[in-house]
Design a protein around this ligand. Structure first.
Ligand SMILES: O=C(O)[C@H]1O[C@H](OP(=O)(O)OP(=O)(O)OC[C@H]2O[C@@H](n3ccc(=O)[nH]c3=O)[C@H](O)[C@@H]2O)[C@H](O)[C@@H](O)[C@@H]1O
Length: 447
């Protein structure tokens, strides 16, 4: 710029209208021509450098569509939108290769939330039996993202590519369906956790409502439409006091915003099934635990805090009432998920138009034997060989319910679902994983 200024003062004396400037061979004119060509050269150099700078600036995020959705909101699920990392021929090649079916009668599944706890186990199990699997995850920081990266690395080793992106990024979702004709979508991406909903309510609306609609919108327009299996929650039973919880029981009394968004998801699923002929199966998971689990869940952070000698807050109901959960081991949940995919009928619509009625199902996937939280802590103490510093607390009014208990008759008859792992056995496997994962490298921290 500094070079152009003095030159522009020379150029100011030259008429701007072409044709009015007469060529003259005087020495002054020669000097003028010399200055003029220098100005031109500087101008083109400047333009060229600017173009290079603009090119590199724009090339930094490969997908401008996603970048435009970035937000500085406190919502952790949105943060990943700021660093989109998809697109390009190599990326498409990896997507295709990961989604390629490698067994006879295999299915081709898009797994959202693939770097999550259940997502990782389900993706690995599908891949092991030869199905085509493509993962998707936004790697948000609701809990330690290094654990999610470690799960991603595990999946990479089994041949599953996890695309980094948010389910609200419909451009990315459409692109994935352009590249691969998925027969099924296993939709597990969600904002989980019951108590966190009071801290960050919008993250639940963003992932569990807007995100679900985004996924269903793309599925409904896809040709062929995939069959969808997705994660609802035992929390939809809310204040229901009839035990064990059956799919026919009322679910209109959610006790947390988390539960309300999952219940809303079930109603949204009904709408997309009704209008567009999408085949949809909702799975009500009951407190899933196991290796590679979620650090925000009680069994996980109790283990961490017992080992650190920190106190363990154990909630109790009024009048010292027992708080209990139908803890369900991850391997049993995986079997239920795969059976749901295998028994899912095809969607009946195509390209956004319904052609006939389609399957709509909801199943409880629980363990059918609730265990008090105090008992969970006793088992952990024995497995860890450390006495817990227990502090009994009145159950806070932040969304928890006193107990959960699944009736699994429907899943048993329709899916052949039969949980086989009791809490003692499952926690033993979890503790073994926990100790090797967190002491193995000496670098990781569960805090
Ligand atoms: O079944 C489900 O649908 C839900 O299961 C879990 O929710 P929750 O059962 O509340 O699991 P945890 O947060 O691990 O709590 C387990 C038990 O420990 C108790 N707890 C929790 C935290 C604590 O500090 N102290 C304590 O006693 C809770 O009251 C609860 O009874 C998951 O976190 C949800 O994402 C999932 O949807």
């Amino acid at each position: 710029m500094s070079q152009l200024k003095p030159l522009s003062s020379h150029l100011d004396s030259i008429p701007s209208t072409p044709g009015k400037f007469k060529m003259d061979k005087s020495p002054y004119i020669h000097r003028l021509r010399y200055h003029f060509s220098l100005a031109k050269l500087s101008f083109w150099c400047f333009l060229f450098l600017s173009l290079i700078l603009i090119f590199f600036y724009r090339a930094a995020p490969p997908n401008p569509n996603s970048a435009s959705q970035s937000s500085s909101s406190s919502d952790p699920s949105r943060r990943s939108l700021q660093t989109p990392t998809w697109g390009g021929p190599n990326w498409e090649k990896r997507v295709r290769s990961s989604a390629r079916i490698r067994s006879r009668n295999g299915i081709c599944v898009l797994v959202t939330g693939a770097a999550g706890f259940v997502g990782t186990h389900v993706s690995a199990a599908l891949k092991r039996r030869g199905d085509g699997v493509l993962g998707m995850d936004n790697f948000n920081n609701y809990y330690d993202p290094t654990l999610k990266r470690a799960r991603q690395a595990l999946l990479e080793r089994t041949g599953v590519f996890v695309v980094e992106g948010d389910i609200n990024d419909s451009v990315l979702l459409k692109k994935l369906f352009d590249v691969v004709a998925f027969s099924h979508v296993m939709h597990l991406a969600a904002q989980a956790g019951v108590r966190y909903a009071m801290e960050n309510p919008t993250s639940y609306v963003h992932s569990n409502i807007a995100g679900l609609v985004s996924v269903l919108e793309v599925c409904k327009s896809a040709n062929p439409q995939p069959a969808i299996v997705w994660a609802s929650s035992s929390s939809v039973y809310g204040l229901n006091s009839k035990v064990p919880f059956s799919e026919k029981d009322r679910t209109d009394q959610p006790a947390s915003l988390y539960a309300a968004t999952k219940k809303a998801g079930e109603e949204i699923a009904h709408t997309y099934n009704h209008i567009y002929g999408l085949s949809i199966t909702g799975l009500r998971f009951f407190t899933v635990y196991g290796p590679w689990g979620r650090p925000d869940m009680a069994y996980f952070f109790f283990t961490r805090d017992i080992l650190k000698g920190k106190s363990i807050p154990i909630f109790e109901a009024p009048n010292h009432g027992t708080v209990a959960r139908d803890f369900t081991y991850i391997d049993d949940i995986v079997k239920g998920c795969l059976a749901s995919l295998d028994t899912a009928e095809k969607s009946t619509g195509s390209g956004g138009k319904k052609k006939g009625p389609a399957q709509l199902r909801v199943f409880n996937l629980g363990n059918t034997s609730p265990v008090p939280v105090t008992k969970l802590v006793n088992i952990l103490e024995k497995l860890l060989k450390v006495k817990a510093n227990k502090v009994m607390l009145k159950m806070p009014r932040n969304g928890d319910v006193q107990f959960t208990h699944a009736n699994i008759t429907l899943a048993q008859s329709e899916l052949g679902y039969k949980p086989a792992t009791d809490l003692q056995t499952g926690l033993k496997k979890f503790v073994r994983w926990y100790l090797s994962y967190y002491s193995g490298s000496g670098k990781k921290s569960s805090s």
